[in-house]
Design a protein around this ligand. Structure first.
Ligand code: ATP
Ligand code: FE
Length: 328
């Protein structure tokens, strides 16, 4: 079964195709158009995002079919993100996906964006509950326990900024440009992680929450006091990685989970991957190109829904800006 997945939740137009055969999934194609128009405004302009999705989506889908060596009639199921995200942007991919499914007369699956981020890791290993899932992206720092397939229990989340947002803000104040994550990661290789003594946020807490705003303020003060961009990057990254890894390891111990999925844009971070590798847990990260927003992760979430026996979504469901994943 070939499943086509679409994500237009924010400023990336993503279409991916996966194959589900004998209980195993393989990514056949993954095409992403990252909108550049927003850079001049310093943030995503929702109206422009919707318009760009409309203008690009045909071309991105053709590109994905070409990459997979398939024609559109080879597609046996369609999945598209229905939320959370920018409603106008979501609607473009959602309506496109529904129309495609109807034209092909194949099942349609509405996907949750965070379930997409989590199942991006299914490209690397078979993901069967129970496991723990840390989503670290531009808008989320959420730790879920997944006791059974399709069931999500929120065990911790950021109290303020998301991890990716903190990387972006610290990069901006250090003059390292946008997007901040890759810029910090690169500059950090030339800096001293102990040059600025940033404290691990919420150290000593009994729960599993995260906080990045204090770290961001401390970075601003260190910058004003003359810390170099490289030292700031290395020290901030060290503290951010510490809090993410230590809190997740404590949660894994508390819940008894041996497998942890780490996904979302920040999961591309080399230092974070290296630190998780030393924890003794079975840690699964998304494959290359599947960390930040893309369509293949939505196709993978669709594949997981199909494997779990979930029925197809009704074609009259809408897009939702706010949609918590946890059902408890
Ligand atoms: P959400 O899914 O929460 O709505 P999003 O989809 O915008 O947010 P992603 O595309 O998953 O977020 O991730 C983007 C974020 O990942 C940005 O904040 C970016 O700085 C960060 N990021 C990307 N690469 C790296 C890296 N190598 N190290 C750290 N952060 C990174
Ligand atoms: Fe995302």
């Amino acid at each position: 079964l070939r499943i086509l997945g679409i994500d237009t939740s924010c400023d990336d137009t993503g279409v991916g195709i996966v194959e589900l055969a004998d209980g195993r999934v393989t990514v056949l194609a993954n095409r992403v158009w990252s909108q550049a128009v927003h850079a001049q405004y310093g943030g995503v302009m929702p109206e422009l995002a919707s318009r760009e999705h409309v203008e690009r989506i045909d071309q991105i889908m053709e590109g994905a079919l070409h990459e997979a060596g398939l024609s559109v009639t080879d597609i046996g199921a369609v999945a598209a993100t229905s939320g959370p995200g920018l409603v106008g942007a979501l609607l473009v991919g959602l309506m496109y996906g529904k129309g495609l499914a109807q034209a092909l007369n194949v099942p349609f699956h509405a996907a949750h964006h965070l379930e997409g981020h989590i199942f991006a890791a299914a490209s690397e290993a078979e993901l069967r509950a129970p496991f723990l899932a840390l989503v670290v992206s531009g808008g989320h720092t959420h730790l879920f326990d997944v006791p059974r397939d399709g069931e999500y229990v929120l065990v911790g989340a950021t109290r303020d900024d998301a991890a990716g947002e903190a990387f972006d803000k610290v990069a901006r104040l250090a003059g390292l440009g946008y997007p901040g994550g890759p810029a910090i990661s690169e500059a950090a290789t030339r800096g001293d992680p102990n040059a600025v003594p940033f404290k691990e946020p919420l150290k000593g807490q009994s729960g599993f929450d995260f906080s990045f705003s204090g770290l961001k303020t401390a970075a601003l003060l260190a910058h004003r006091a003359g810390a170099t961009a490289e030292n700031l990057a290395a020290s901030f990254q060290r503290a951010a990685v510490q809090t993410l890894v230590n809190t997740t390891v404590r949660a894994a111990t508390a819940t008894g989970r041996g497998t942890v999925v780490v996904s979302g844009g920040v999961a591309a971070n080399r230092a974070l991957r290296d630190a998780f590798a030393t924890t003794g847990l079975h840690v699964v990260f998304p494959g290359r190109g599947l960390n930040t927003d893309n369509g293949a992760m939505i196709a993978l979430a669709g594949a997981a829904a199909i494997q779990a026996g979930r029925s197809a979504s009704a074609l009259d469901g809408g897009a939702t800006a706010y949609a918590p994943l946890a059902n408890a």
